[in-house]
Design a protein around this ligand. Sequence first.
Ligand code: FES
Length: 580
Amino acid sequence: MTFKPAAWPRKLRSQTWFGGTSKDNIYHRGWMKNQGFPPDLFDGRPVIGILNTWSELTPCNAHLNDLAQRVKHGIYEAGGFPVEVPVFSASESAFRPTAMMFRNLAAMAVEEQMRGQPMDGCVLLVGCDKTTPSLLMAAASTDLPSIVVTGGPMLNGYYKNERVGSGTHLWKFSEAVKAGTMTKEEFVEAEASMSRSPGSCNTMGTASTMASMAEALGMALSGNAAIPAVDSRRRVMAQLTGRRIVQMVKDDLKPSDILTKQAFENAIRTNAAIGGSTNAVIHLLAIAGRVGIDLTLEDWDRCGRDVPTIVNLLPSGKYLMEEFFYAGGLPVVIKRLGEAGLLHRDALTVSGETAWDQVKDVQNHNEDVILPAAKALTQSGGVVVVKGNLAPKGAVLKPSAATPALMTHRGRAVVFEDIDDYKAKINDEALDIDETCVMVLKNCGPKGYPGMAEVGNMGLPPKVLRKGITDMVRISDARMSGTAYGTVVLHTSPEADAGGPLAVVQNGDMIELDVPNRRLHLDISDAELAARLAKWSSRVTPPASGYALLHHQHVQGADTGADLDFLKGCRGNPVGKDSH
Ligand code: FES
C-alpha cells in the first residue's frame, strides 16, 4: 500500500461548473438553486453523485431510494454536497433478451454521466446482478473516487418450513414439476415464499457474489455484502458510505489506487471461498480491462485452484445470505484467506485501511455456515478453466456446484443448435438421449444470443429426470445464473457464432471432459475439425440497427470479459468544454 492522500483544501472538478462568477458558472449554479440549495453548498466542498439504479422494474433495487436518503445524510454530515442521479438499471429478472446485453450499455451511459456532470466522487448504489459490474466498470473508466453500497439480499425464503433460495429453488421446483414430483399448484404456491422482502437474490447467486466481489476488491466498506436489505444495519452502512466518500474525494483516493492486480487476485480467491457465481469471471475481466490490469482466465484458474469453498450457502451448500450475515459475513472469509496465506494483506480499500487490517479482529459466529477448512464443501473451490480443441480460448466450470463423479466424463454429444432448438426438442420422449450423454447448446454467446443469456444450465430431459437423475454434463457458450448448479461447462470460447469449434459439434460426436487435467476435447481428427470449420457459416441474423447492432459489431469474447472493444481502458474524467 503506497497511497499518499492529496493535500486538502484544493480546487475540485465541480468548481469548473459551480465556482466563480462567469455567465457559465451562474448558469450552472443558478439552475441548481431552483431546487432550494443554499449558496454555501457550492463553495468548493465535494459534490457527490449518488448513482442510483432504483427502478420498479428492477425489483431487487426497488428499495434503493430509501438507502439513497441515508447516503445523503452521511454526505451532508461529512461536509459534502450530495446529488442523487438516476442511472440505467437492467433487471436480471425481466430485461430481454438478457440483462447481460445491457451491462456494457449501462457502463457506457454511467461513465458519460459521471464524466459530463459536476461530480467529484460517486456512490454506486447497486444490487441486482448487472447493476454492480456496470457501475464498477464506469467508475474504473472515469477513475473518479467511487465507493459501492449494495441494496443487500432478501430475507430467507421458506416453503413448507424448508429454506428456499432465490433462483436455486426455481430451477429445483421446475425440474420437480417435469419429473412429476411436484404439482403446478404447489409451484405457484412456492412462488410467493421465494421473495418475501425487498432485496436481491438471497442465495450466493450473482448479486451476492458481485456484492462480495466489490467488498473483496476493496471498493465497498468492510461488511457491506451480506447485510439483509431490510436490516437497520443496511441503512447504517449506507450512511457510513456517504460519510466515507467525502473523505475519499478530499484524499483523492481513486479506483485506480484500489483496483490493482493484487485486489483482483484477492477477489478471485474470495470467489472460490464463497462458492461464487461464474458470472464473476466475466465481470472481473471486464472491470480489469477498464483499469488496464492484465487479468486473464489463467489467473482465475491459478488463484482459485487451491482455495476451499467454506461458505455453506445455496446453490453449493444449504444456507442463505441472512445466515451468512449472522455468522459474520464476508470479513470472516477474508480473514480466513489472510490466515491461510491466500490474501494480499496490504491491498488498499476504500476505507483507507488495508484488506487485512479491517478484518483481522472479526469472529466466526457459526461454523456450520462458514465452515472450517477441513469441512469445506470442496477443497478446490475456484472456477475451473478447461481448454482443448473444443474451447481453444477456454471455458469455465464451477466445481462446488457440480457432481464430482462427472468431473471426468466421456459421452455422446446431443446437440441443440440454439435455444429455440433446445426448447423444441428437450421434452420430446423420442429424443435420443440418456444420462451418459453430453448436452451441447450453441449460439448463446455474447454475439449469438445476443448478450450471452443464462441458459447454460439447460434443464434435463423429463425421461432422465424421471429416473431420479439430476445432473448431466452440459456444454455451451452461454452463462449460467449464479443461483444455478450442475456439471455445466460455460462461456466456451470462441463462441459458436464467432466460428468457434463449438459451432461444428455434431450429434453422435464423443466429447471428453477432464476437469483434473483442465481439458475439454472433441474426439474427432484435426483434419475433420478443420474441414467442418471451413464449411461453417453463421446461422444468426445480425441485428439491423440500434444498440443491438453496436453490440453485435463490437462485443468481445467471454474469455476477455465480453466488453465492447471501444470501451476498454480508462478514459479519465477531463471536465471538457463548456457549452454556453
Ligand atoms: Fe436481481 Fe437476482 S434477479 S439479484
